[in-house]
Design a protein around this ligand. Structure first.
Ligand code: URA
Ligand code: SF4
Length: 178
């Protein structure tokens, strides 16, 4: 799949990417986190969430005793960087969807966590307001799915960090009860 993603030209984002960013983690992961799309740092080095937002994601994972690559897989709704870090368009998330679908199929995580609106909308196939959708367990093809804020959003909106903390506790509790 890495090769297929690297060669993919299914949407406009292929024109401006340096490289496609498939995901990071092992196929036996029980947790799967899905972000929006690569930023400049990710486009440069080929791994998701390595920039500022990634540092916060790592801290969020650490808060519930998780670690990148240890039972955790991290992917994005689109595999190529949107120019100027704009939000991916719905036709772009749709074009990229088969890759994410395949990743979920291969990994078969016990719990999926979406970070931010585009990931939530891609997986739930409906308009999502994070403030309304968080705090409950949704379903993706039989896999429990929890919605929370994107770490880049949290960096800009510090008051919502406490809500993200609640969401982390909720995820951990949900996973324990599975
Ligand atoms: N933001 C995302 O949504 N994904 C990344 O990989 C990096 C930043
Ligand atoms: Fe292909 Fe996804 Fe990259 Fe678009 S974002 S070119 S669909 S890999």
């Amino acid at each position: 799949m890495k090769r297929a993603v690297a060669d993919c030209t299914a949407c406009e984002l292929c024109k401006t990417r340096k490289q496609a960013v498939l995901g990071v983690g092992d196929v036996a992961a029980t947790w799967m986190f899905v972000g929006e799309g690569p930023g400049a740092d990710e486009d440069e080095c080929g791994e998701p969430f390595v920039g500022k937002a990634g540092k916060l994601l790592d801290a969020m994972l650490a808060a519930i005793d998780l670690k990148r690559g240890h039972g955790v897989y991290i992917a994005n709704a689109v595999k190529c960087r949107p120019p100027d870090n704009r939000t991916p368009e719905t036709d772009e998330t749709a074009a990229c969807w088969p890759f994410l679908a395949r990743q979920i199929e291969l990994i078969q995580p016990q719990l999926i966590v979406t970070l931010g609106k585009p990931a939530a909308q891609t997986l739930l196939q409906q308009e999502v307001k994070i403030a309304d959708a968080r705090g409950t367990v949704h379903d993706f093809a039989g896999i429990p799915l929890i919605v929370t804020y994107h770490p880049a959003y949290l960096l800009r909106n510090l008051p919502d960090k406490s809500k993200a903390w609640e969401d982390l506790c909720f995820m951990r509790k949900t996973m324990k009860e599975l």
